[in-house]
Design a protein around this ligand. Structure first.
Ligand SMILES: [Zn+2]
Length: 304
């Protein structure tokens, strides 16, 4: 299994933080020592939009402050998620190298708490700057050259993480022939377990088509007949919600940890727990007073 960012030891985390002059990001009692891991639970994030300047505010939101708060919540869970998955737009706007320095630093508490982290890219990312800053990620084996693509195996599902970054700071996305061909083959080679697809961009089934995944139709031609595919999980629209397509595939739009585009929408993260025939999604809003705080969505997998 390609682990994109393996956990680091507490000692290495402490020494690297101190060496960088960054100090401690989290109190020691939030470290994962002694906590149990839930093998079926995943922390799902999207649209961090972290800038090199941690104080930066955009649309009234301090992105670094938000992400730090969300990380604290994950680290404070009674049982650790088995992994953290982040579906793109890691960087603020144009994928600057300094943005990824902050991304790498701010992921450290999760790694120190023992959680592997899996990342893919969005339209505000720059693939080469990302790989230059996160060398562990660059070194990991990838099934599609030059794309941040992965197949992650877990006890109750296979996660197919795709990379839809086409052009940095141009809104639509594209998987491309090579990645779609790999996906079809990988799905055919793994028919027996629920398959969950993770992509930054929305499909044509939700949101503005001009800003979505350009090869959405070709992708869904692959997904619909392969009945093990149960969910398409994405970010990009900064608009939390879950619907289903005509074939019963769940369309799960993760909230951003950064700003929302429409006032009143929640930002935060999603705690997903895989069940035998579905998944339980629990929304963690950054604003604990938000009406959607704690909302639970129970997904039932389509037959097949
Ligand atoms: Zn975004």
């Amino acid at each position: 299994m390609p682990i994109h960012l393996p956990p680091v030891s507490r000692r290495r985390f402490l020494s690297s933080s101190l060496a960088a002059g960054a100090g401690l990001l989290l109190a020691p009692d939030l470290f994962g020592a002694g906590r149990k891991t839930d093998p079926h639970s995943w922390a799902l994030f999207s649209d961090l939009h972290l800038a090199a300047d941690r104080e930066k505010v955009s649309r009234g939101t301090n992105m670094a402050g938000n992400f730090e708060a969300a990380v604290r919540e994950v680290c404070a869970l009674k049982r650790s998620p088995s992994a953290v998955l982040i579906s793109g737009d890691l960087a603020f706007n144009t994928g600057e190298s300094g943005d990824y320095t902050v991304v790498a630093e701010m992921l450290q508490p999760l790694r120190a708490a023992g959680m592997p982290i899996h990342l893919t890219l969005g339209n505000h990312d720059d693939r080469n700057h990302f790989w230059d800053a996160l060398t562990d990620v660059k070194a990991a084996a990838r099934p599609v050259a030059d794309r941040q693509t992965a197949l992650l195996r877990s006890p109750r599902a296979n996660w197919f993480v795709l990379d839809s970054l086409e052009t940095t700071n141009s809104t639509p996305g594209l998987l491309g022939d090579e990645q779609r061909t790999w996906l079809a083959r990988a799905l055919d080679a793994n028919p027996d377990k629920p398959a969950l697809i993770v992509v930054h961009h929305n499909s044509l089934l939700k949101g503005d088509a001009k800003l979505a995944l350009k090869d959405s139709d070709q992708l869904f031609d692959i997904l619909r007949p392969r009945k093990q595919v149960k969910a398409y999980i994405f970010g990009h629209t900064h608009d939390w919600g879950a619907t289903q397509d005509v074939s019963g595939i769940h369309l799960v739009n993760l909230p951003p940890t950064a700003y929302v585009f429409t006032e009143g929408k929640p930002n935060g993260w999603v705690h997903a727990t895989l069940e035998r025939h579905g998944a339980r999604l629990e929304l963690h809003c950054l604003d604990h007073q938000h009406p959607a705080q704690g909302q639970v969505v129970d997904l039932k997998w389509r037959a097949g």
